[in-house]
Design a protein around this ligand. Sequence first.
Ligand code: AHR
Length: 504
Amino acid sequence: MRTARFTLDPAFTIGEVNPRLFGSFVEHLGRCVYTGIFEPGHPAADADGIRQDVLDLVRELGVTAIRYPGGNFVSGYKWEDSVGPAEDRPRRLDLAWHSTETNRFGLSEYIAFLRRIGPQAEPMMAVNLGTRGVAEALELQEYANHPSGTDLSDRRRAHGDKDPYGIRLWCLGNEMDGPWQTGHKTAEEYGRIAAETARAMRQQDPSVELVACGSSGQSMETFAEWEATVLKETYDLVDYISLHAYYEPVDGDLDSFLASAVDMESFIENVVATCDHIGARLKSKKRINLSFDEWNVWYMTRWQEQATTFEQDDWPEAPRLLEDNYSVTDAVVFGSLLIALLRHADRVTVACLAQLVNVIAPIMTEPGGPAWRQTTFFPFAQASRYGRGRVLDVRVDSPTYETSKYGETDLLHATAVRAEDGTVTVFAVNRDRTESLPLDVALNGLDLTRIVEHSVLADADPDARNTLDEPERVAPHPGEGAQLADGRLTAVLEPLSWNMIRLG
Ligand code: AHR
């Protein structure tokens, strides 16, 4: 029988997992905010309109940094519309999603939402470099972070927020390489405005951490040249370059879809190479890290078809947009994307699952109704909870299969994380749609004596999903037969499955 093998040894590690790897994203898009996290009058909403049922799921999911307010939305965002008394805030056309933005939920509500999640939640704020520039970025930073004694900081205090928001992590625009972006720019134009904005923001507060926009996908025509040009301008001024990637099956090719992480890993490695190339040319000792601040499975083709049927004179409030309902197959691909991020934890130190609620999200809600977990909720929650510590260097020797997009691909995709207390968690995906995959792991120099848990996400029906009518149709189940003996872990991975094996 074909067996997949690898060795774990604490002497061979990739790097420490930054908690920010388990970030997420809240955009003013569709129902992510309105009737997602915020729904005044909902039976589960508190006095400020935050849905407690959603808050509970967000905590269980274990998200850390939450990027806001977009996405494409940020390129038309006027931050000052979103502060002050809610009844005075203007309604605006949102060009990005052809919707009406009421501004009922704004900056102060976002910070209040994060504070309610708990100390693990951290703001990650994007500034508008599409229709705006250096001045507005500085004003927003002053309003948000300056303690008091200036016009804008005192305005925040007058609005009821005495304490500064303490936003450390800032994105310099969003997907500025994309022709769909309002205020789209060439790499040279963006490099200049990103550098000038970064310089000014640092003058106001040298401790901020800044993310420059990289490419919105590895397949963009300008990919790599964009990063190189932007970094030549910004290398000494920013800390991160961003990556975005979404995956979906094309023409029903599930085998290639299951191998999506091959693309994600090569994307990461190519961006690392580009960053280091520019660093070398500049003779710089500084290292730019990666902020993979949008990633997910997204049935984007369906959305693009929907977008062409927009009624041009209709600008709805919080319409149902991008509400993908994820299957078990989607969750296995999603888990594999998480594995790809962990396998590059030395350079990917921020990552944001796009998005958090309703919009291509692990959490769904019904207006006036319940909130529930999508299939993708489970791999994320498990990885966030147990994927903390040092990533071990996993080099698999795996049987392979043929994919039309990526050629010969390993059936096993895996990583392992060693926690401070010495326990080890293996995350593994079996990409084989019909056959189980025996796994044999040699444990060198690890003091492990028992299997604490083997949790599996798989189903006889790979198309099974959780829905409003059947919200608990899919959930992880215990795996059977895993053994730890004579310094070896052996297990059998079910066909098309996500696995978490905890060793203590
Ligand atoms: O996450 C949905 C959209 O995808 C974001 O607004 C944009 O940045 C990306 O193209």
